[in-house]
Write a protein that binds this ligand. Structure first.
Ligand code: PLP
Length: 459
């Protein structure tokens, strides 16, 4: 049998890709002018491209390959499952061992008050599920007027209509008339970008941003508000790590005003912040948690919503059928991948190891980059970090937008053998949890070399 993989040249792959493959979140003309980077294999934290270059994957794919590449246990589990039962649905009063066992294992690892999972195929679908389920919950509670979601500007919850509406990405809203009705946004707790000139300390700023939620609920009337939805640490918005004052205040407001708290754990879940859940890192108790990414470490597409007893109880008792689901909800191969992934994380104590060894080393290496003339702030938590590029210190002036400093830095970084992502002029990383201390040092060295190259290019 001829395998279609990697039998053509880089230029040939780029040509067929340019002709036929429409990429997500990509300017097609720009991509086709440059030619896509063709990644052909990966092992541990290292990618190999079609020219044989080895690149340290500082983004764990798209924040998902938490256990690293090349995990035979997951490959075997998926292959075994596909031989035995490649597909069956979970509608119509059916289940299969993989979905049932993964659900059990996930709920055992979830916060104690969450004992059910609804399976989806992505983080976007998980947030769409939240959108519908939270409203059904309030119907069941006899409060059908509680329909409005409050989320945050510059938050990201996915690309489907409801998820993109919950998200606060202005360019996404502008392109397709979003958000849909029933979604409102408040400010984000982004100290470096929006708080520094406020005259407040970071803690005061965190409180002020949390209290925007209180003000908006009071403006709309708590009887009309369904839930607050937010990422514990905003990922795609530029790794916005909130001041410590922020989340406890949000929790207080949600409890006092009786609205559901939804922690979007699609990035933060499965160890990213140095605990199993971002909610744990920030000491909050959400009612619903959308999950994906690290759920299978990206070996199979899968998402889900972890559901608290508070929400599950009334919906199961009173709503009867929840008219919602996907053909591939709980797909056997994805569930098998998820279960094998979870077992690796538990058996190798990856989250604990990341918190004890990798996170402190990354903090040391990453924060040291703050002494670079182009870095206004270097922040990190667990295994996620950001660098704010500035033109000058100490006034922290940004580069003019047309310079495209972030995009240039990203391209230079790949040339230096490191994947960093650019969000405007914020450089972000989220490496696999299995990254070794030596690899963290290497990541730091490559990031510094990249900043030096950037300085030279921008002179
Ligand atoms: N929620 C968050 C916090 C995300 O970062 C993402 C994707 O990056 C999503 C939801 C959407 O997930 P997916 O791309 O799997 O639909």
């Amino acid at each position: 049998m001829t395998l279609h993989r990697n039998i053509r040249t880089t230029a040939e792959y780029q040509a067929i890709d340019a002709a036929h493959h429409w990429h997500p979140f990509t300017d097609t003309k720009d991509l086709n002018a440059k030619g896509a980077r063709v990644i052909v294999k990966a092992e541990g934290v290292w990618l190999t491209d079609s020219e044989g270059a080895r690149i340290l994957d500082g983004m764990a794919g798209l924040w998902c390959v938490n256990v690293g590449y090349g995990r035979e246990e997951i490959v075997e589990a998926v292959a075994r499952q596909m031989r035995e039962l490649p597909y069956y649905n979970t509608f119509f009063q059916c289940t299969h061992p993989a979905a049932a066992e993964f659900a059990e294992a996930l709920c055992a690892q979830a916060p104690a008050h969450m004992n059910r999972v609804f399976f989806t195929n992505s983080g976007s679908e998980a947030n769409d599920t939240v959108f519908r389920l939270a409203r059904v919950y309030w119907d069941c509670m006899g409060k059908p007027s509680k329909k409005i979601f409050i989320a945050r500007r510059n938050g990201y919850h996915g690309s489907t209509v409801a998820a993109a509406s919950l998200g606060g990405m202005a360019p996404m809203h502008a392109q397709s008339g979003l958000p849909i009705e029933g979604v409102r946004h408040i400010g984000q707790p982004y100290w470096f970008g929006e708080g520094r000139d406020s005259g407040m300390t970071p803690e005061e700023f965190g409180l002020a941003r949390a209290r925007e939620l209180e003000a908006m609920i009071d403006e709309l009337g708590a009887d009309n508000v369904c839930a607050f939805v937010a990422e514990p640490i905003q990922g795609a918005g530029g790794v916005v790590i909130p001041p410590d004052s922020y989340w406890p205040e949000i929790q207080r407001i949600c409890r006092e005003r009786d609205i559901l708290l939804v922690a979007d754990e699609v990035i933060c879940g499965f160890g990213r912040t140095g605990a199993w859940w971002g909610s744990e890192t920030f000491g909050i108790e959400p009612d619903l948690m959308p999950i994906a990414k690290g759920m299978t470490s990206g070996y199979q597409p899968m998402g889900g919503v972890l559901i608290s007893d508070r929400v599950a109880g009334p919906v199961i008792d009173k709503a009867g059928e929840f008219f919602h689901g996907f053909t591939y909800s709980g797909h056997p191969a994805a569930a098998a991948a998820g279960l094998a992934n979870l077992r690796i994380m538990q058996e190798e104590r990856l989250v604990e190891r990341a918190a004890r060894i990798a996170a402190p080393r990354l903090a040391q290496v990453w924060r040291a980059l703050a002494d670079h003339p182009l870095v206004g702030e270097a922040r990190c938590r667990g295994l996620v970090g950001a660098l704010e590029l500035v033109r000058s210190k100490p006034d922290m002036a940004r580069f003019p937008e047309h310079v495209g400093a972030g995009a240039l830095c990203r391209d230079l970084s790949v040339r230096n053998g490191l994947v960093m992502r650019a969000v405007g002029d914020t450089m972000i990383i989220a490496p696999p949890l299995v990254i070794s201390e030596d690899e963290i040092d290497e990541l730091g060295a490559r990031a510094r070399r990249t900043l030096d190259d950037l300085a030279e290019r921008l002179e």
